[in-house]
Write a protein that binds this ligand. Structure first.
Ligand code: MEV
Length: 464
């Protein structure tokens, strides 16, 4: 390298360093007062510091705004620091016969083939008597976690003394719920000191009717904690140190094993077929597949993931909290000390039975249900269900999804159906025109779609 090119090389290196430093610095520096910026300012800050093409990014963000200003404001105010909307497709799986009533189930989900699979399972069982469901319980749970170092018997006496006060001092919070037939069901003192030194709980159960009840429960618990602590300070049996009960936290539990719903389908084994499968063989393999999911946690997780494809999609469409449901459902799947399948199947006296029991704490009032226009619509499509009805519909969506997935797995394999549905995504990624999409969709009706076969077929078509 001669002297001139060495200087050019070093100068270029220096510029690259400065530029990279500038970018890195702006990305690694904390953003002060972000929440106080206007939406436009937030967008400017983010796109100019974190994206490659600020103009393009800005256009995208704005394209996803709603022209209806009031509607956009509504969405902006659901959360904090909003810069745009994030769309998910809303699909409908029709023909679900549940306890002799027909439903079209709205599903919000990004994964191709979920809605198609649900629809196919719904149609299959529509012709075989449909789904039967029962709500096994609606109990919600919340806990006040506290530390107490002292005499357990005195704590028990104090608890008996304070219990009526816990209820009465929460009466402002519970009045309306009480009028509608819900409220605080039980308050128990639980000794958890074998698990953690000095640790106790007020373990409380609630009936929240058509509300998911998170705010109601948390408000009650925080009031319980306040009353509990205050009353302890003047409880004469307690020593000075015992009076100082330490409240750690008050919060509902998303583990709700007694907020449980069962959904079931059944039919004679020889009706368990359509054109392409042998009924007895299919029933046998179905039982084996479920047995594997019951026995083996790796398979159980994927098996249950398939169930959650259906469950979450309805939960999202109806404005419920899918994180709460996910956490509770998986804890339930491990309730006996080992993670296992949520569904079960049997063959008795020539009858194939397939069922699910799943904990679902859901609401059809409160939260987003009366705010988000698509949630309102989804609930209307479901004929304005009560929370208990929604539990049954969601459980059915999970069972149907699992039936469809396992059915594919033990017959054609999952990829055939999945890739057919995913085909459009690949063609869109490749930038196919509408005409090319039609030609290739027709082509893959008769041919196996894999990512590479789609790319190859697309390239062949383009080169013609
Ligand atoms: C994919 O989203 C879900 C499945 O993996 C479920 C299953 O394996 O049962 C197909």
């Amino acid at each position: 390298m001669n002297e001139a090119s060495t200087i050019r090389f070093l100068t270029a290196g220096l510029f690259i360093c400065i530029f990279t430093n500038l970018i890195t610095n702006s990305m690694t520096k904390p953003i002060q007062g972000f929440s106080k910026l206007t939406k436009e300012e937030k967008i400017d800050r983010i796109v100019s510091n974190y994206t490659h093409d600020a103009e393009y990014a800005k256009i995208i963000l704005k394209r996803y705004w709603n022209d209806d200003k009031a509607l956009q404001k509504l969405h902006d105010e659901f959360i904090e620091n909003t810069i745009s909307n994030y769309y998910l497709p809303l699909g409908i799986a029709p023909n679900f016969l549940i306890n002799n009533k027909l439903y079209a189930i709205p599903m919000a989900i990004e994964e191709s083939s979920v809605v198609a699979a649900a629809s196919k399972a719904a149609k299959f069982w529509l012709e075989r008597g449909g789904f039967k469901t029962t709500v096994l319980g609606t109990e919600k749970i919340g806990q006040v976690h506290f530390m107490f170092s002292g005499d357990l018997n005195k704590l028990k006496t104090f608890f008996d003394f304070v219990k009526p006060k816990l209820r009465s001092e929460a009466s402002d919070i519970t009045r309306n719920m009480h009028k509608r037939g819900g409220g605080i069901s039980k308050i128990e003192l639980r000794d958890k000191t074998t698990e953690l030194d000095n640790y106790y709980q007020l373990h409380c159960t609630f009936e929240t009717l058509d509300a998911m009840g998170a705010n109601f429960i948390n408000s009650c618990l925080e009031q319980f904690a306040k009353t509990f602590k205050q009353e302890a300070q003047t409880f004469s049996d307690f020593s000075e140190s015992e009076k100082n009960i330490e409240i750690v936290m008050s919060i509902l539990s998303n583990y709700v094993p007694n907020c449980l719903v069962r959904a079931e389908v059944s039919c004679p084994v020889d009706e368990l077929t359509d054109a392409d499968t042998n009924a007895t063989e299919f029933a046998k393999k179905m039982i084996q597949a479920i047995a594997i999911a019951k026995a083996e946690p790796h398979r159980a997780v994927t098996h249950n993931k398939g169930i959650m494809n259906g469950v979450d999609a309805v939960i999202l469409a109806t404005g419920n909290d899918f994180r709460a449901v996910e956490a509770g459902v998986h804890a339930y799947a491990a309730k006996d000390g080992k993670y296992t399948s949520l569904t079960d199947a049997s063959i008795e006296d020539g009858i194939f039975k397939f069922w699910i029991e799943i904990p679902l704490a859901l609401g059809t009032v409160g939260g987003l249900t009366s705010l988000h226009p698509l949630v309102k619509l989804a609930l209307e499509i479901l004929q304005k269900p009560s929370a208990q009805e929604l539990m049954q519909i969601v459980a059915v969506a999970g069972l149907a999804q699992n039936f469809a997935a396992v059915r594919s797995l033990i017959t054609t394999g999952i990829q055939e159906g999945h890739m057919k549905m995913h085909l459009l995504n690949i063609l869109n990624q490749l930038g196919a025109t509408e005409k090319e999409k039609t030609t290739l969709t027709n082509h893959f009706k008769k041919n196996t779609a894999t990512h590479s076969s789609v790319v190859e077929a697309f390239e062949n078509l383009r080169s013609k």
